[in-house]
Write a protein that binds this ligand. Sequence first.
Ligand SMILES: *[C@@H]1O[C@H](CO)[C@@H](O)[C@H](O)[C@H]1NC(C)=O
Ligand SMILES: *[C@@H]1O[C@H](CO)[C@@H](O)[C@H](O)[C@H]1NC(C)=O
Ligand SMILES: *[C@@H]1O[C@H](CO)[C@@H](O)[C@H](O)[C@H]1NC(C)=O
Ligand SMILES: *[C@@H]1O[C@H](CO)[C@@H](O)[C@H](O)[C@H]1NC(C)=O
Ligand SMILES: *[C@@H]1O[C@H](CO)[C@@H](O)[C@H](O)[C@H]1NC(C)=O
Ligand SMILES: *[C@@H]1O[C@H](CO)[C@@H](O)[C@H](O)[C@H]1NC(C)=O
Ligand SMILES: *[C@@H]1O[C@H](CO)[C@@H](O)[C@H](O)[C@H]1NC(C)=O
Ligand SMILES: *[C@@H]1O[C@H](CO)[C@@H](O)[C@H](O)[C@H]1NC(C)=O
Length: 460
Amino acid sequence: MRLLHLLALSLLISVSGAKFSGRPGVNYGQLGNNLPSPADSVNLIKSLNAKRVKLYDANPKILTALNGTDITVSVMVPNELIVNISKSESLSDDWIRSNILPFYPTTKIRYLLVGNEILSFPDSELKSSLVPAMRKIQRSLKSLGVKKVKVGTTLAVDVLQSSFPPSSGEFRSDISGLVMKPMLQFLNRTKSFLFVDVYPYFAWAQDPTHVDLDYAIFESSNVTVTDPVTNLTYHNLFDQMIDAFVFAMKRLGYPDLRIWVAETGWPNNGDYDQIGANIYNAATYNRNVVKKLAADPPVGTPARPGKVLPAFVFALYNENQKTGPGTERHFGLLHPNGTQVYGIDLSGKTTEYKESLPAPENNEFYKGKIWCVVAKGANWTQLGDALSYACSQGNNTCDPIQRGGPCHKPDLTVLHASYAFSSYWAQFRKTGGTCSFNGLATQTIKDPSYGRCEFPSVTL
Ligand SMILES: *[C@@H]1O[C@H](CO)[C@@H](O)[C@H](O)[C@H]1NC(C)=O
Ligand SMILES: *[C@@H]1O[C@H](CO)[C@@H](O)[C@H](O)[C@H]1NC(C)=O
Ligand SMILES: *[C@@H]1O[C@H](CO)[C@@H](O)[C@H](O)[C@H]1NC(C)=O
Ligand SMILES: *[C@@H]1O[C@H](CO)[C@@H](O)[C@H](O)[C@H]1NC(C)=O
Ligand SMILES: *[C@@H]1O[C@H](CO)[C@@H](O)[C@H](O)[C@H]1NC(C)=O
Ligand SMILES: *[C@@H]1O[C@H](CO)[C@@H](O)[C@H](O)[C@H]1NC(C)=O
Ligand SMILES: *[C@@H]1O[C@H](CO)[C@@H](O)[C@H](O)[C@H]1NC(C)=O
Ligand SMILES: *[C@@H]1O[C@H](CO)[C@@H](O)[C@H](O)[C@H]1NC(C)=O
């Protein structure tokens, strides 16, 4: 009787198609003004052997380009709509009607993420609207006959107030009871996933003296961390971070809810005041994470051995219009011209890469002076506004470039902008100012001073 039952079950599984795979997909971010078309991008996604793609919106051109392919798709409800959708079933219905129905089912939309890292924003109305919005969206999908789409939302690691050792994993007290508990109940009931953004890069870069780089990039043979409560032994930072979420969920009564890594990756370049962002580390991390996640049978984590852990690598392209530090613009597997930054195969089948990687040059902090200047390829028509903004901040920021000043060069806006950026950054870096100016600025260690004109610098 029992045996028959089991047999029937295994038959059922084998006829229901390919088993659920851990082979990672890729995040297709579009914050660049030089990126390939959606159709070309779909071909590039295929060339990486990715079978899954995650979008940060429901871009109709991309969903059309994915029509008829076997790539499964995760789309996103933009953050700005969450509060309104949480209050209105008809708005929720409308969103599904105009963004999903035109493409479903021939574009294989499978996941619908309601907002991106909503719980990392201070806005309390936004936070309390999240789960109600997820429920509305779920109801709309059901009433409009969309059966195969699971609803979730992405969480950054700052939703945890404690994550080390992993067994101490605990959600922040401001969201634990109010948001996470109902969210976990929703995700568990709908058999969805907890979607988490996990970056060993940032965890390591914040504390490189206490965290071993090799442990962060899966290259450590001798560094292990044992959780004193569970006795589980960790061989890499990624597993440690994932298991912190496992224990945080367990604490709220959901020990078995599946996790999906919505983003993970490593920057291939960055700024002089950042550490470890280089091709060597990025290639090593991403190749190793793919190998781990695509392994068959699945490896899992110490708290969940043997369990499939689906994921999306961040990101398809280096995106030149992302704001913030330089690393943000350099998470891509591909350059904007479509070539690979380093060899990478998301199927996990390539185990040996022939190319030799450039030796890492910035695994320790740079010491010396840095200036902030106009980036190569910056849009000159936008420089004027950035220049005015920089000059309007701080104390006497742009005096030397005024007429009669030692740095004044008539008609050389670019030079003046470089001066203004350096002068701004020298004053504001310590309080969080960045050398970015919407992608118009970049750091340099080459002193741009000339003649009697000395550019202010940041000393590390
Ligand atoms: C949300 O609804 C309010 C009130 O109807 C409206 O003023 C606002 O524009 C809406 N926000 C968005 C992003 O649609
Ligand atoms: C998707 O492809 C199918 C079959 O080729 C076609 O009938 C349908 O119109 C296409 N959908 C879109 C949104 O382009
Ligand atoms: C979560 O879902 C599983 C499977 O459907 C169910 O057995 C379990 O009771 C649920 N957990 C909670 C706390 O509701
Ligand atoms: C681990 O091994 C590496 C290379 O053999 C060595 O440089 C490092 O000091 C070792 N670390 C520890 C904690 O033993
Ligand atoms: C962990 O190991 C210690 C020492 O061997 C033992 O006393 C303890 O019971 C173990 N804890 C668990 C959760 O297995
Ligand atoms: C693509 O872009 C990268 C980065 O700018 C550059 O190094 C490479 O030579 C380019 N390749 C082609 C084929 O244009
Ligand atoms: C440069 O910026 C201007 C103003 O924002 C914009 O109209 C123009 O299209 C941009 N040029 C390029 C090449 O991006
Ligand atoms: C500008 O000068 C004032 C007064 O000396 C000082 O308190 C302030 O911190 C300065 N601002 C910056 C950005 O350095």
